[in-house]
Design a protein around this ligand. Sequence first.
Ligand code: FAD
Ligand code: NAD
Length: 478
Amino acid sequence: MSNPFDVIVIGSGPAGYVCAIRCAQLGLSTAVIEQNVNEQAKPLLGGTCLNVGCIPSKALLDSSHRYAEAAGHLADHGIGMEGVSLDVAGMMSRKDKIVSQLTGGVSGLLKANEVTVITGSAVLFAGRQVEVTDASGEKSTHTADNIVLAAGSEPTAIPPAPIDGDRVVDSTGALCFEAVPERLGVIGAGVIGLELGSVWARLGANVVMLEAMDQFLPNMDEQIAAESAKIFAKQGLDIRLGARVTDLTVNGEIVSVAYTQGDSNETLEFDRLIVAVGRTPRTEKLFAADSGVTVDERGFVFVNDYCATEAPGVWAVGDIVRGPMLAHKGSEEGVMVAERIHGKAAQLNYDVIPSIIYTHPEVAAVGKTEQDLKAEGVDYKVGSFPFAAIGRAMASGETEGLVKIMSDADSDQILGAHVVGPSAADLVQQIVIAIEMAASTEDLQLMVFGHPTMSEAVHEAALAVDGRAIHMVNRAKR
Ligand code: FAD
Ligand code: NAD
């Protein structure tokens, strides 16, 4: 058994590789173990995010948006486009190139920081012993003072809709269709359903989304969810709520999906079906029973506020622990754990993690929703402002949506912000900074925002909290 390392990180996704780099920066000798390999048996780094998640999905979202603009919307700007054509293979190879550039970049960063990469599948045993089995079946055992589990997650399967990798796919399959399906079904109208459903709808597919819940985007602010639903319906996404899939058959190239909605039984036929009903932490085979690590009933590793597990010297970060399954949440946990291993009192503000749906327009949020504040009995103020009254939004032809900001009724401290509209992700990031600096809406009111920018919607929404927005008529005048 070899022990040349201070820290061993299991998994090279955004939680694992970022943790490893920060450990190395702090002078800790660090190894990352990754099971994912390419055809040459070389490690494929970057996890779900870089290989089959954030990056390839955003590449396709961007390409499909450009196609939809060229094929339809540029006429509004007085630009005629004739003979716009679609090269799905070209789009896919652009996406694959970006993925390989970024995964290669992670490899280079780990090397430059002198992080050792060990290839193989790892299992943690008692006493922080890690057994690694490589692709040829060869085993080695390693140990370190600190082990960081960062094994990520995988698509959740549901019994009525088994994935066949051809007609019925998960998110990974939906990132590499070789042609645009004419009729595309999506089970689950969550983040993945909306993003990948949008990609293929923009490229010409008729998309029907079957969502089990009666409420659309239940974790979002209700007003923003309702506004988003209207925008997506206008874009042609047919989102059916309260739809429970009961049966699925694949007959040649046709997928028949039976579902119930209220009292009615329905059947739809699709050319392809995406199942996107959530993700499951990859913890089943990650540690032995004697490792001291424990999980909850859904498979998430039990950790404290600082990502320490119940086993001494064993930490867990990213999608395998509680909290939103987001790359940036996992990365910051990775940094926090590295700092803690090094003896610093680092912490993470879990209340201020932004979340974004990268549709067009984007939907983004940070902090409390209005329904949260009502449920918690918090006395709050709210201001909102529509993009329809923002000059830059009109100039861009992107007038759908609004910015909404809420603050404490007494202290005026900002409690949450929710945006559907152009540049929503970047606008919400401004509020992330504001909340972290304990800013009030008055602070935002007093700041100078450039004109003409989308950011002016943030300024106006902050002014609207006190009934003093300039470019709309306020209900309350102060
Ligand atoms: P992962 O990225 O899943 O990485 C875990 C790594 O550990 C993998 O490489 C795996 O091979 C390896 N591993 C697992 N078990 C072992 C083992 N026993 N031994 C060795 N190696 C092991 N999040 C965002 O914030 N923004 C987005 O825009 C976004 N878009 C997404 C789009 C899609 C289609 C999907 C599926 C996800 C998206 N996510 C997004 C979520 C994001 O990808 C995850 O939250 C993030 O990748 C989790 O990081 P992680 O490091 O915890 O795990
Ligand atoms: P999700 O939780 O966002 O959505 C899943 C949806 O499927 C929910 O609305 C749920 O009610 C529905 N559902 C569950 N079971 C169902 C069933 N049997 N029939 C019909 N509907 C059902 O999960 P996701 O879209 O699969 O994404 C997984 C994770 O990946 C998310 O937690 C998200 O954080 C992350 N992700 C993030 C981004 C981003 O940050 N932009 C993008 C993609 C994925």
